[in-house]
Design a protein around this ligand. Structure first.
Ligand code: AMP
Length: 305
């Protein structure tokens, strides 16, 4: 069944040591959906404003993203984000965020989306995340992402959401912000006490860490010679991860083994995404490209005895 996601659908402006991109397509749910589309169908629920450029829909079509759940709202403006990367591109400053339509109610979930079993709540306000989640009481798997803005401004709503989740995916700095613990293992344990059964902590160029009742997984990032724009790395990681999980048998309980493979696919999709601005690189990456890099990653990780 198609995977479903809500999150931001944005117009981004990005400054990086490698160049700039003005008013390009971005948003957490879009990076997520493009990445997940390599593994199966994806549905997006969210709103854009009347200023949303029509050509961006061509990109959605390229990835075969189901856009029936995207509402172009008259009288509203699209979410906008402007970020600037330091010379060390692990560090970025948010120059401005205009929530605009993201601060309004989520559009209704189309009736025919009711059969989705895998729900991903990409970065957006926790109230919208909860609204989508509540529309799928018979879900198989619900995972969410969050970020500093929501931890700082909507902590109570986020804590309510955490109680309902199977898994949480977030950055190292956000795990520290959420729990107050600078040790990532202890931070993951503290998050699990708040609800999710597993936690995936993204560490940028240092890879990712899974904490789960059955064990832990630590994966490096795929070694990158040239990083052009890290924007959306976290979302495309989550998209590859969740896309892979949604492609498994529907009634299958997600195991540590599944999650490890899923994280490896997420790592590989993210490694392509950062090679160009916006979705430009993923537009030219095929499933065969992904599988080839996945095999290289597997070989790289093998520890001979
Ligand atoms: P990432 O680099 O994975 O953190 O994701 C960057 C994307 O998230 C950009 O395309 C932004 O449009 C979007 N974004 C930035 N801030 C927020 C926010 N507070 N809520 C939702 N999406 C955001």
């Amino acid at each position: 069944m198609p995977l479903i996601v809500t999150g931001s659908i944005g117009i981004d402006s990005v400054e990086a040591p490698t160049g700039t991109a003005e008013q390009v397509l971005g948003g957490s749910s879009i990076y997520f959906a493009a990445a997940a589309s390599y593994f199966g169908p994806v549905r997006v629920v969210g709103a854009v404003g009347e200023d949303f450029p029509e050509p961006f829909f061509n990109t959605f079509n390229h990835f075969k993203i189901d856009t029936e759940g995207i509402e172009k709202r008259a009288g509203s403006k699209t979410f906008r984000w402007h970020g600037k990367y330091h010379d060390n591109m692990n560090i970025r400053d948010t120059i401005s965020v205009e929530l605009n339509v993201l601060a309004e109610a989520l559009p209704p979930v189309p009736m025919n989306y009711g059969d989705s079993k895998h729900i991903f709540l990409a970065n957006t306000d926790p109230t919208s995340q909860m609204t989508l989640l509540n529309s799928f009481p018979n879900r198989t798997l619900a995972i969410a992402d969050t970020m500093d803005l929501w931890i700082n401004t909507q902590r109570e709503a986020l804590l309510e959401l955490l109680k309902q989740l199977d898994g949480l995916v977030l950055n190292d700095s956000e795990a520290i912000l959420l729990t107050g613990d600078t040790n990532l293992i202890r931070a993951a344990e503290a998050i699990e006490k708040l609800g999710p059964q597993f936690v995936v902590i993204k560490k940028g160029e240092h890879g990712s860490l899974l904490h789960h009742a059955d064990g832990q997984v630590a994966l490096p990032a795929f070694p990158a010679r040239e990083v052009v724009d890290p924007t959306g790395a976290g979302d495309s990681f989550a998209g590859g991860m969740m896309g892979y999980l949604a492609s498994l048998a529907e009634d299958q309980t997600v195991t540590l083994h599944d999650l490890k493979r899923a994280m490896a696919y997420g790592t590989v999709v993210a490694s392509y995404n950062i090679e160009a601005f916006s979705l430009d690189r993923l537009m030219n990456v095929s499933r065969a490209d992904l599988d080839r890099r996945f095999e290289t990653f597997q070989t790289m990780l093998k520890l001979e005895s």
